[in-house]
Design a protein around this ligand. Sequence first.
Ligand SMILES: Nc1ncnc2c1ncn2[C@@H]1O[C@H](COP(=O)(O)OP(=O)(O)OP(=O)(O)O)[C@@H](O)[C@H]1O
Length: 206
Amino acid sequence: MSFDVDIHGNVGATEIRCRIEPVDGLTVLFGPSGAGKTSVLNMIAGLIDPGAGHIRVAGRTLFDESWDPWDFNSMPPERRRAGYVFQDSRLFPHMKVVANLRYAAPDRPLDLAPIAFLGIDHLLDRWPRSLSGGEARRVAIGRALLSDPAFLLLDEPLSSLDAPRREEITRAIEHLRDVVRLPILMVTHDAAEAERLGTRIVAMGD
Ligand SMILES: Nc1ncnc2c1ncn2[C@@H]1O[C@H](COP(=O)(O)OP(=O)(O)OP(=O)(O)O)[C@@H](O)[C@H]1O
């Protein structure tokens, strides 16, 4: 079971409505700029309040308007186990790549499998400021995976990359979808990307 979402709320003056039927694999949220795609990811991560509806992911309820709001109708973000890869990577600038990767589990041995398939082994001793956009994106995906997430939220993971870098990250996402089999919700406004990666495409803002 994957993302089962039906939410209706407001972000500033914008009304956000989104319905995602559960399907295994990768769900693409597709739509024009300003449609509310990032806001939906933030609601699923627990960073903003969805207002009304429900959010269930991989069989766990993260938000349900019918829960008593005085007694919390929302699971706190740190318990949701979201692996969130932000559009702008947001690596910790004062930590080397290896420390960014270990951030969520500093006492656990470093899991080398994601580091190998993301091709970031040679970057471990580098500072984030010295990385290219594609390298930083791959490290951000690695940091999310090493937090032992129950699901992944990817916000425009292929934007502003050159063609070879896009292909590398596309293959990494295909690996996560087909081999690791994590539930993935990915935002894009690129139709070809949506077609290639999406098991299901959910349009927003039409
Ligand atoms: N914190 C906020 N306060 C007020 N309005 C906001 C806030 N965050 C987002 N919005 C507005 O909500 C709308 C949806 O924004 P959101 O970033 O979710 O869209 P998006 O589909 O992800 O766009 P893009 O593809 O450009 O990233 C926009 O009109 C935006 O200006």
